[in-house]
Design a protein around this ligand. Sequence first.
Ligand code: NAG
Ligand code: NAG
Ligand code: NAG
Ligand code: NAG
Ligand code: NAG
Ligand code: NAG
Length: 423
Amino acid sequence: MKFFFLCFLLCFGLDLAFSTTTSDDQLLYLGFIAGNNLTVDDAATVTSNGLLELTNGSLGCEGHAFYPIPLHFRKSHNDSVQYFSAAFVFAILSSYPTMSLHGLAFIVSPSMNFSNALANQYLGFMNSQNNGNLSNHIFAIELDTVLNIEFQDINANHVGIDINGLHSINSYPAGYYDDRTGSFHNMSLASGDAMQVWVDYNGEAKKISVTMAPLQMAKPTRPLVSTYYDLSIVLQEPSYIGFSSSGGSEVSSRHYVLGWSFGMNKPAPVINIAKLPKLPRPKHQPKLLEIILPIASATFIIFIGSMVILLVRRRLRYTELKEDWEIEFGPHRFSYKDLFHATEGFKNKHLLGAGGFGKVYKGTLPSTKLEVAVKRVSHESRQGLKEFVAEVVSIGRIRHRNLVQLLGYCRRKGELLLVYDYM
Ligand SMILES: *[C@@H]1O[C@H](CO)[C@@H](O)[C@H](O)[C@H]1NC(C)=O
Ligand SMILES: *[C@@H]1O[C@H](CO)[C@@H](O)[C@H](O)[C@H]1NC(C)=O
Ligand SMILES: *[C@@H]1O[C@H](CO)[C@@H](O)[C@H](O)[C@H]1NC(C)=O
Ligand SMILES: *[C@@H]1O[C@H](CO)[C@@H](O)[C@H](O)[C@H]1NC(C)=O
Ligand SMILES: *[C@@H]1O[C@H](CO)[C@@H](O)[C@H](O)[C@H]1NC(C)=O
Ligand SMILES: *[C@@H]1O[C@H](CO)[C@@H](O)[C@H](O)[C@H]1NC(C)=O
């Protein structure tokens, strides 16, 4: 069969210079134009600046985008699937950098109808019933950001070759082999950076190869992952080509395709990265927890701190001196706290008199409502204090109408307080 090289260069818009070039055997999208040789469904849209947004950040959503005309993968009905080649530039922007639930896939499928497919680990093109069923006739390259034990995934950042299901027939951690040194370099699929993937099927050797590289880099010679598999027993005639992706349930991610090319029995046209639309600036949207947690912990620390300061101040304020020899005077001992409250903190308005001996305050004991006079005597040394206290207490035991009744005492550092009946 002859191939016509019909080229439709469609340049739209004022500041939009994105183009779609299609021919019988080649496709090239440098940015996307809504409705222009592109069918999108579910969460997928084409943004105003020409990005194909497969998922829109909503949790648990899925999105698909297809070239609406099915392609013939065989030259004639009885032939085997011929050489084809695809290239695309994608990016995964996630609310948590380098973490995305889930990834995206380039797929070749007999249908564009994925209404029965599930989101999350099924990447929007499989479900728990049909996963792995030979009647799916689906070939896919998964860019998977989740380790699924159920599909025997190798890690949470891998590229896999899928036939009819998500249990990859071969996969490898995302990255590339440097052409000069031959060494392997890791790449993080969900880094938010745009990167390019090439998918090649050699119809004669029946070999599938997948290569990837950072955006600025030319296609590395050594593929990232390749495998021998006859796609003639998989693909139906004709089949659609496109993308499927799924947003996750916990981390909000957006999956973008910036450019895409495809060649049937021809290399996929080179994607001129200078002409691709720009990705939105990754705006770091802090999760509610990230805001609340520091505030909550700061509040907690301040609260605990205040409590400690309050308790310490309280202790200091009411702190007393008590020694073993005072046990016998126990009933005559008043707590400083009670005296403090009785005199409203030894306020001047309760002052009855002052002299060399100290100051006398009037007060009302909080517990008994008894009116008392409190004499504050300052003393600097312990010298003779014991005898003094013994003396005042013994005097207090004598009841006489000419004697002011001593009720008791209290002691603090450098201070003795004597409590009398108020007359
Ligand atoms: C899609 O591409 C075909 C060529 O393959 C072209 O004829 C057609 O106009 C395009 N459709 C749109 C909506 O641009
Ligand atoms: C994302 O797409 C889904 C459709 O799958 C829609 O229900 C939802 O409102 C969209 N969310 C936003 C933020 O546009
Ligand atoms: C395709 O194969 C069938 C038998 O499987 C045969 O009858 C038919 O002639 C073949 N067609 C061509 C075009 O080779
Ligand atoms: C998609 O498939 C489902 C069931 O497989 C069917 O109910 C639905 O009508 C189909 N949608 C379209 C647009 O063909
Ligand atoms: C595969 O799918 C076909 C058609 O949907 C169904 O009849 C068959 O039972 C499925 N096979 C398995 C193993 O589930
Ligand atoms: C690539 O990442 C994997 C883990 O994802 C790590 O084990 C490996 O050492 C890394 N290789 C290089 C070359 O950084």
